[in-house]
Write a protein that binds this ligand. Structure first.
Ligand code: GDP
Ligand code: IMO
Ligand code: MG
Length: 422
């Protein structure tokens, strides 16, 4: 299979977890390179639903090694909870998990600051997951963060934590928020650190050794292209590089060792949180929510929904260098007719083929739609492309062409079996 980067080509929740699970069959190692437990990747395995937050979605398969790379922000307490939950479900976690010693830690003051900043923004809020992701990456960039390697040295960790907490408690008090108790946080984190210690390693060296042995690596992107800190709908983004380049910086695997980029996108569009979404449509949202679909895997929030936005996915192909496309949730459109696709934006009387940089302008873009005939029959049982109704095939081929990459997978249901490989 060679080394494959898998990224979300829209606003997150594209079905990356499901596609990772399918692709893991041909990989040896699955690596997360960015984000934290703001991610929620759903995988069905042996009839049971799992939502992975920090641990790569390959963990459910035997004999696959999962790596949390240096670019991930790790809440060690949440990670221990996730490991324990998975073990309670019968999933083996021992030599098959590695955590980078260089990954930054998410601490309780990050979550508290995340919440305070959101509160203060009022209607201009980002709609974050309140997991402390922004403030943790902020500390990393400001060179004041604590890392997994610090947590592995208890005396050093406590000293650094005390200094950080003095500063952050002063900020929290000034904001009228409750400060955190040093002794409690220190004790709780050191306890989590002890549980995690056997998994901690220099994952850069590990990955390079495995590549020398010819092992295949799958890089599991979190969030999606338009939540990228550089290329997304700033400031309505997350704080990491969710695009393909993040897989290199977040793992220490150089660009020329990457063989292909797979972009995952839904057959329609969703977004959770605030920010531009030109093709948003109440009817699409109503229909999907009525079907019990499109509620967030991490926060349970109802996702905003709309028509497929080919302006966005075409731009995503450019940014990520997407070679192959996996289109998910085709079955969500089974009873829709006609189906609209956003083929361009109109802003101040001008037709745009790429999104504007400024999110206020992006917000003001009006979608220009092209209409497609629906197929009005269930697709969930299709296992070959030719099993799909003609109108579904036309729809898929057209949106892949507009996006500008080769369609290689179609997902027609949440489980592994409900997948068409072209
Ligand atoms: P991720 O964050 O990209 O891994 O996506 P999420 O797991 O947050 O959200 C995707 C949702 O769609 C989950 O509930 C999946 O089980 C579900 N899903 C993925 N692919 C399909 C599909 O083809 N059809 C249906 N019905 N559900 C799907
Ligand atoms: P997966 O990996 C969808 C969104 C939040 C918010 C913005 C910033 O499951 O696709 P943050 O907590 O990161 O500071 O929030 O990003 N967001 C996601 N939306 N899927 C995700 O992950 C997301 N992770 C963050 O809703 O709008
Ligand atoms: Mg998700």
């Amino acid at each position: 299979m060679a080394n494959t980067i898998l990224i979300g080509a829209q606003w997150g929740d594209e079905g990356k977890g499901k596609i990772i699970d399918v692709l893991t069959a041909d990989a040896d190692i699955v690596v997360r390179s960015q984000g934290g437990n703001n991610a929620g990747h759903t995988v069905f395995h042996r009839g049971k639903k799992y939502v992975l937050h920090l641990i790569p979605s390959g963990i459910l398969r035997r004999r696959k090694v999962c790596v949390i790379g240096n670019g991930v922000v790790v809440d060690p307490v949440a990670l221990v909870d996730e490991i324990e939950d998975l073990r309670a479900s019968g999933v083996t976690i021992d030599c098959n998990l590695l955590i980078s010693d260089a990954a930054h830690l998410v601490l309780p003051y990050h979550a508290a600051l995340d919440e305070q900043r959101e509160l203060r923004k009022g209607r201009a809020r980002i709609g974050t997951t309140k997991r402390g992701i922004g403030p943790a990456y902020g500390d990393k960039a400001a060179r004041t963060g604590l890392r997994v390697s610090d947590l592995m040295q208890p005396a050093l960790f406590s000293k650094k934590l005390a200094a950080k907490m003095r500063e952050n408690n002063a900020i929290l008090r000034a904001l009228g928020a409750k400060p955190n108790d040093f002794a409690e946080v220190n004790e709780r984190y050191l306890r989590a650190g002890k549980v995690l210690a056997p998994f901690v390693a220099n994952t850069v060296v590990y990955l390079h050794r495995q590549m020398q042995r010819g092992r295949d690596i799958l890089f599991e992107g979190a969030q999606g292209t338009f939540l990228d800190i550089d290329h997304g709908t700033y400031p309505y983004v997350t704080s990491s590089n969710t695009t393909a380049g993040g897989a290199c910086t977040g793992t220490g695997v150089p660009p020329h060792r990457m063989d292909r980029v797979v972009g995952v996108m839904k057959a329609y569009t969703t977004r959770v949180g605030e920010g531009p979404l030109p093709s948003e449509d109440e009817r699409v949202a109503g229909m999907l929510h009525e079907m019990g679909r499109e509620f967030g895997a991490t926060t349970g929030r109802a996702r905003r929904c709309g028509w497929f936005d080919a302006v966005a996915t075409h731009y995503a192909t450019m940014i990520n260098g997407i070679d192959e496309l996996a289109i998910t949730n085709l079955d969500g459109l089974d009873s829709v007719h006609p189906i609209s696709v956003c083929v361009a934006y109109r802003l101040n009387g001008q037709r745009l083929e790429v999104p504007p940089c400024d999110s206020a302008q992006w917000e003001n873009c009006e979608p220009i739609y092209e209409e497609f005939r629906g197929w009005n029959e269930p697709t969930g049982r299709a296992r070959k492309f030719s099993d799909l109704p003609k109108n579904a095939r036309v729809y898929l081929e057209t949106i892949a062409e507009m996006t500008g990459a080769k369609l290689t997978m179609v997902s027609v249901g949440p489980t592994r079996a409900e997948t068409i490989v072209l």
